[in-house]
Structures are given as C-alpha cells and as structure tokens.
Design a protein around this ligand. Structure first.
Ligand code: PAF
Length: 285
C-alpha cells in the first residue's frame, strides 16, 4: 500500500530522509481524480527519480466563489490504486486545515502573467495556485517537479515563480495527453454529458485546423485565429471564452507566428470551462 502522509512536517521529514540517503526526489502536484495525463507525469517522474511523491489536495484557495470546489471529483482510494500501478513512494494528502492553519496570511502572486486568460476569467485563481505550489515545494523539497502543458498559463507562472524566487527545483512541463478522439484529458471532463463531450471536441478540432493552416505556410495570427474560430463556432454549441496566439514565454499577443506561437483557447460546454493549447512552429523556424 502506498503510504498516505497527512502532515507537512512528516512529509518534510520523509523527503529529507530519502534525499539524505542519496535518492533523487520527483514530485507531481495534483488535485486528485487522476487520469492518464497525471499518470504520464508520474511515469516521467519514475523514470527520472529514485523516489516519487504525488500530492492530492483540492486547493480551496484556487477556486473562486461559485466555482466547483464542492463538486470537484474526489476519489483518494481510486487514485491510490492507479498510483500503485505506476509506482509511487508516498501520497501527500493534507487537509485544508493543515495547509492553511488559522492565521495563514502569506500569498504568492504574479499580477502581470495572471492578468489575462484564465487569470482574468478566474480572479484570484493563480494566486491560489502559486501559493499552494510554493508551499508544496517547500514541504516536499523535490529535485524535480512535473506539470502538464494543458495548463499552459499555470506552467508558465510556476516556472516564473521558481526562477524569480530561486526555488531549488527543476520544473519539467510535459505534453498534453489526449483521448483517442483528441479531447485533452482533464478531471473536469467528468462533468460532460455524452452530447457535451462530443461538442467539446471543437476545441481540439480548432487546434488541428490552425496547425494545418500553419503547416500550409500561414503565419498571420489573424488568419490562424480565424481558422480556429470557425472550427469552434461551427457547429454551434461551444461558448468561446478566449482564443489567442501568444508568445509562449510572455503570453503577449503575436501578430505573426514566427518562429513559434502558442495558440490558447478556452470554451464553455454546458457550463463546464475547458481549456486547450498547441504550440505552432518550432524554435528553429
Ligand atoms: O494543476 C493542478 O491540478 C493544480 O492547479 C495544482 C498544480 C495541483 C495546484 O493545486
């Protein structure tokens, strides 16, 4: 049975003992309801590090009023079984009380990178994410931490925090894992009806269409975005929250996709907010 560690001090003691014995430590932070996307991060951590810790914590700080904190899927025992199949040395699953004891008052934020896209739609979300990731990194003290590219803005914010505040950890960002029909895996896909799920395929279709346009030589952002938008709006059924082509390092809008651009999109399907992204081009041009 994979041990479940509930206390911050206990987690730090365990991590220090492993590292003191010379083991490299990999860390995968999650909110649970694990799917193949998380498991691909676990496998990468396993391949790279002698010990692997996963955290499972539905972080109240990153949910706004009226968001899905209460109904966010939780299945610790199911997650434990999935983790046993890929190999994991400890699950760090603290309570909100343990993570945010009375008097907790310090937060980490990046107003500039969090001002747009997910940050604009979900005020306070990235402050909650950065605060919990900072705390988790201090508690677990890993050598390497693994994140998914599906949450591209989150991954950029975490990389920026780690660089700006000199956290002694390497951040690895791994590609989005998709269902065979193209839908990016997300714990929130569980909210979709069969019919909603079919409509949600508009997101990955939009990325594929923009990629094809790019492969044909199109570099103008306006044309690439128009192609993606056509796919999102036809057939109707998705409500587009944002669609943009940005510099992957700054999230500033691009006019041309040269040499690379990150196509970001978000849409709502029956009230469920879904995000996806694709890198167009390669740094070599
Ligand atoms: O991506 C997630 O699941 C969460 O935002 C994270 C990084 C575990 C922080 O709560």
């Amino acid at each position: 049975m994979i041990p479940i560690v509930r206390g911050c001090a206990e987690m730090t003691r365990l991590a220090r003992a492993w590292r003191g014995a010379g083991a490299s430590l990999g860390f995968v932070p999650t909110m649970g309801a694990l799917h193949e996307g998380h498991l691909s991060l676990m496998r990468a951590a396993r391949a790279r590090c002698a010990r692997v810790v996963v955290s499972i914590f539905v972080n109240p700080l990153q949910f706004g009023p009226g968001e899905d904190l209460e109904r966010y899927p939780r299945d610790l025992e199911g997650d434990r079984d999935k983790l046993a199949a890929v190999g994991c040395d400890a699950i760090f699953s603290a309570s909100a009380q343990e993570m945010y004891p009375p008097g907790f008052a310090t937060h980490v934020s990046n107003e500039r990178l969090a001002a747009r896209f997910e940050g604009a739609l979900r005020p306070g979300h990235f402050r909650g994410v950065l605060t919990v990731v900072a705390k988790l990194l201090h508690v677990v003290q890993p050598d390497v931490a693994f994140f998914g590219q599906k949450d591209a803005q989150q991954a950029l914010l975490v990389r920026r925090m780690v660089a700006d505040l000199a956290f002694p950890v390497e951040i690895v960002v791994l590609p989005t894992v998709r269902a065979p029909d193209g839908l990016a895996l997300s714990s929130r896909n569980a909210y979709l009806s069969a019919e909603g799920r079919a409509r949600a395929l508009g997101l990955s279709r939009a990325l594929t269409a923009a990629r094809a346009e790019h492969a044909r030589g199109e570099r103008r952002a306006a044309a690439l975005l128009a192609r993606a938008r056509r796919e999102l709006e036809e057939p109707p059924g998705l409500s587009v929250d944002y669609l943009a082509l940005v510099d992957p390092e700054t999230f500033e809008d691009l006019e041309r996709c040269e040499p690379v651009g990150l196509l970001l999109l978000a849409a709502r399907v029956d009230g469920t907010h879904l995000i996806d992204n694709a890198l167009l081009g390669s740094p070599a041009g």
